[in-house]
Design a protein around this ligand. Structure first.
Ligand SMILES: C[S@@+](CC[C@H](N)C(=O)[O-])C[C@H]1O[C@@H](n2cnc3c(N)ncnc32)[C@H](O)[C@@H]1O
Length: 314
């Protein structure tokens, strides 16, 4: 084992600033350092300022030196500490799931505002919600947390993602019905799927799932075209799961097409379908939905002014 001499908090901070200076601005390195210290040693920024000479124990030092090496390789800080925050809630993340983005928080805000406007009274019948491509469960779980009377289903093709999503449902004390399913293969859906509820496993017969009607269907599916790869930062390309990000250049709206078909059959009367979309394909996505016979379609921009989400009312 390599021997590393003891370091104080102050010395460790200087090591972070020196070793990562070529890659990140000083403020970002400081924020990484504070996050890592808070995660590993449970110390606040005030604790750090008041105790610069506190010695970091050898057993903890390895964690920090590995974190510097990971940050040097542009690994996102969320993957290093294995957690992040979404809509004010804690979420675990790992290499099987995308790190949730702030645009998606905007989509959740839109859904919650619309739903509370439509259903101001809690005695209304229970809402049924389906999140397609749930990843770490961020959309489904934040909706369940804020709409405690809703029955929420969340579907993904990835077993690894569903495992993390289940942990996140427990972490946030909500019940979600998780379904392992390829949404592009709706024929398989006819022959049966397995669904498992937080903690306890249940089987859903095909007819049961297919006959379910939802008040809200939401999806943030893969939507980045291969041709946009050059715009994507290295830390995303090398760390986040490509199955969550990329679609074929020749059929970039494939998921929207399949999900809209599913929604036509499985949305309740006066139900709503929400999508997060590729900022460059807003008009095309609206056109596709019109061709499917939807008429009440709203395209909305995110806080940066990019076309980012769509609401379709049935
Ligand atoms: C853009 S990520 C969204 C994750 C999460 N909902 C969020 O908003 O951060 C897309 C998700 O779709 C899932 N996915 C990809 N192909 C799929 C398919 N054919 N059927 C179902 N889910 C799929 C991926 O595993 C990934 O979790």
């Amino acid at each position: 084992m390599k021997f590393v001499p003891n370091m104080t908090i102050q010395e460790l901070k200087s090591t972070f600033l020196k070793d990562l200076a070529q890659l990140y601005p000083k403020e970002e390195i400081q924020s990484f350092f504070n996050l890592l210290i808070s995660f590993k040693l449970k110390l606040t920024r005030a604790d750090i300022a008041l105790n610069p000479n506190q010695i970091i124990l050898q057993k903890d030092l390895d964690f920090f030196l590995n974190a510097i090496a990971d940050l040097y390789k542009e690994k996102p800080i969320q993957y290093i500490i294995g957690e992040t925050e979404f809509y004010g809630l804690p979420f675990k993340v790992n290499k099987n799931v995308l790190i949730p983005r702030s645009e998606t928080e905007e989509l959740v805000t839109w859904i919650l505002n619309e739903t509370k406007k439509k259903r101001p009274k809690t005695q209304d019948p229970r809402l049924t919600i389906l999140d397609i491509g749930t990843g770490n469960g961020c959309i489904a779980i934040s909706l369940a947390k804020n709409l405690p009377d809703a029955t929420v289903f969340a579907l993904d093709i990835s077993k690894g993602a569903l495992k993390i999503a289940q942990q996140n449902a427990k972490l946030n004390s909500v019940d979600i019905n998780f379904v392992e399913q390829n949404i592009l293969n709706t024929n398989v859906m006819l022959s049966g799927v397995e669904a498992f509820r937080t903690g306890l496993v249940e089987s859903y017969e095909s007819e049961k799932l297919l006959s379910l009607k939802f008040d809200i269907i939401v999806s943030n599916p893969p939507y980045v075209r291969e041709l946009e790869k050059k715009e994507i930062q290295n830390n995303v390309l090398e760390n986040e799961p490509h199955i969550a990000l990329f679609v074929d250049d020749n059929n970039p709206l494939l998921f929207y097409d399949k999900i809209a078909n599913f929604a036509k059959k499985n949305l309740n009367k006066s139900g709503q379908l929400y999508f997060e979309i590729n900022q460059y394909l807003g008009k095309e996505a609206v056109e596709l939905l019109k061709q499917k016979g939807f008429t009440d379609i709203e395209l909305r921009k995110d806080i940066l002014g990019n076309d980012r989400m769509i609401k379709v009312s049935f």
